[in-house]
Design a protein around this ligand. Sequence first.
Ligand code: SF4
Length: 397
Amino acid sequence: MPATATDPTQEMLRRAEELANDLELQAVRRWKEHNPDGLAIGYLPIYAPRPLLEALNCLPVAVFGGGDQLDIIRGDSYFQSYICHIPRSVIELGLTGRLDVLDGMIFPSICDVIRNLGGMWKLLFPDRYAAYLDLPQNFDPAVGGRFYASELRRIAVDLEERGARPLSSERLAQAIDEENIRRAVLEQLAELRRHEPWRLKASEAYLLVRAGSALTAVEHTRLLRDFLDAAHERPVRPLDNVRVLVQGSFCEQPPLGLIRSLEIAGCDIVEDDLQLGMHMIEGPVEIRAGEDGIDALARAFLEQGVDTASRYIADDTKGRSLIERARACRVDGVVFSAASFCDPALLDQPMQEKALERAGIPYTSFKFSENTGQFHVIREQAGAFSDAVKLWGAQAP
Ligand code: SF4
């Protein structure tokens, strides 16, 4: 997208990129200056109940590791070589003081690596608050729902004991409402990309979503709305690209250069599972009669949580929701892009590939690490895939 003096979206994207690359957490430091009584709480992928934290006057901060901007000097020595990259860079961020501004960390139970990282964090930083958030894998409200609500209450009490604002049902309801509005605006952003991918590229949408990692729901919503208002006036030219869905990048994030390489290779990424935590709950969270806000958050996780590799799906067919999303977004093909050694993503992938084969949807796959620096091979592979899809459609490999 060429920058023009009359295109205000360029300045918004510049600000979003600055926020997305904010490894020093300057935005968090500013928030704490304005909220001296507030706490900043980091959380690892995929998902944490952001409205609960906001209701406690805690700023939820999504921690995605160091990406391709951080040299790992000491982090490597804490983990074996045959696991993904994100735990090393999180430890590196911690050891270099970049996460000192955080008053606590939440480690959701998405895989063994995050569990081990949580343990390592507690050993290294015993004085800081660290919570392991056990997400339910039983979706009976009387079992998993009750359990998850008690987990959320435990974390709320822990944070109150460390100085967070006491939880009130009014403020929690308000925070849930604010998150619902953000979620609706994020859906508008996704819609724009699905309908006019040349008006909003995936790499740009990625930055706009990532910018919200350390913003309150209200601030993030304002940024997104400003962008959406201006996006309709952008000088754009439709491109003859193939429409693809990127799958498998729900936790460790690929470098932005990789997403841009797919675009350069002729792929319009119209759907993905990048930064899945922001989209983990489908639709608004509603507080029903007889529930409090925590009950509603727990129920929403059970009933409205999206399908992902780290979520147990009982008797459902692996790949069913992927096919549904692919069809709903009218994609020409699927690109599996998983972090190297990501067990949840790579264990699911063969079953998802089988489902795509049954549905006649072409796919290709590669692996990345957050600090991958060479995209030439991936660009060539994606270019060959997009050419094949254009030429042969569902016949393509
Ligand atoms: S990238 Fe995969 S294996 Fe690594 S922490 Fe995330 S979910 Fe776990």
